[in-house]
Write a protein that binds this ligand. Structure first.
Ligand code: NAD
Length: 326
């Protein structure tokens, strides 16, 4: 391939706009660059100088990774982006719940979204800012875009944490562990043990087969460890960003490559379990158009009640918001 062919190929590849070039936004950009998923990555942040530093640093890794144009841009650069990822906002403070963050972050979204729509109303919006379910719901309401194109990163991160912990417990490749965290990305999230399996073998059968044990108490502890992981990490290093950065790249990969991957993103629940008019995470098929189908898991009674409780928590928050379309 000649240099001009290469440049031409680059110019026709995917463009990702990232609004909020803090720890999550830049870690995601880094993951995106290493994956070679995009030909263009534009970072947009109110702190232009720090973003310039991030862009310089990222660009210096390009010759060692994949050809990609990365720059410090502004809202007009959102034009033509396939996906706009929003990770702008305040991060969770030690001891602060995600719901406490809402008021500070919703004001930021009211500034950002009209600018995004002005330059691009065809992109898929992928929200990472917390509380991610409420902000994704608010983004859907404020923008009037189809829910299919307004996606929250949801419990993709929590599900990864869950799979990671199960795999460590049984010394297994985490990719062979299939288990979901559903509901809110936060305190009311629900670990789904009833369908957890190792390469298709139900977890309890697997345990019987290999002679290991996982008691009800172990399960409660593991679910709590997943739920509290963000608090524990923030207590030690101030923020979480590697796993969410990779999680965002994984969602973007499924969209750009039309992979139809099943991911526990946050989206509008279509009446399952009596839940509607709320954004929560359930496994969903993600492809070129965004969310192609939300899947209904067979939950046991306790899991159903816990998921309905999670939806109630979300409803309680949403009711306190006055979300008028932009
Ligand atoms: P950060 O403080 O490092 O970055 C936030 C960035 O947003 C900053 O660079 C800031 O300048 C920018 N910003 C603020 N207001 C803006 C505006 N109006 N326009 C443009 N940029 C603006 O925080 P972080 O650690 O990167 O976290 C970002 C968000 O992601 C937080 O809400 C955090 O809770 C959330 N988060 C989500 C997940 C998840 O799984 N969804 C995981 C970790 C963190």
């Amino acid at each position: 391939m000649t240099i001009s062919n290469k440049l031409e190929a680059l110019s026709t590849t995917h463009k990702i706009a990232i609004i909020g070039a803090g720890k999550v936004g830049t870690t995601f950009a880094y993951a995106l660059m290493l994956d070679g998923l995009a030909g263009e990555i534009v970072l947009i942040d109110m702190d232009k100088e720090r973003t310039e530093g991030e862009v310089m640093d990222l660009n210096h890794a390009v010759p060692l990774s994949n050809p990609v144009r990365i720059w410090n841009g502004d809202y007009p650069d959102v034009a033509g982006a396939n996906i706009v990822v929003i990770s702008a906002g305040s991060a969770q403070r030690p001891g602060e719940t995600r719901l406490d963050l809402l008021k500070r972050n919703i004001a930021i979204f009211r500034q950002i979204l009209p600018q995004v729509l002005k330059y691009n109303n065809e992109a898929i919006l992928l929200i990472a800012t917390n509380p991610v379910d409420v902000l994704s719901y608010a983004t859907w309401k404020l923008t009037g875009l189809p829910a299919q194109r307004v996606i929250g990163s949801g419990t993709v991160l929590d599900t990864a944490r869950f799979r990671s912990m199960i795999s460590q417990r049984f010394s297994l490749d985490a990719r062979n562990v299939h288990a979901f965290i559903v509901g809110e990305h936060g305190d009311s999230e629900v670990a789904i043990w009833s369908s957890a399996n190792i390469a298709g073998i139900p977890l309890l059968d697997f345990c019987q087969q290999v002679g290991c044990e996982i008691s009800a108490g172990d399960r409660v502890k593991m679910a709590n460890d997943v739920r509290n992981a963000a608090y524990e990490i923030i207590k030690r290093k101030g923020a979480t960003f590697y796993a969410v950065g990779v999680g965002l790249a994984r969602i973007v990969e499924s969209i750009l490559r039309d992979q139809h991957s099943v991911l526990s993103i946050s989206n509008r629940v279509p009446g399952f379990y009596g839940i509607e008019d709320v954004y929560l995470s359930l496994p969903a098929i993600v492809g070129a158009g965004g969310v192609e189908r939300i899947l209904k898991l067979n939950l046991d009674e306790g899991e159903t009640a816990a998921l309905q409780n999670s939806a109630q928590v979300m409803h309680g928050v949403i009711e306190q918001l006055d979300i008028q379309p932009l």
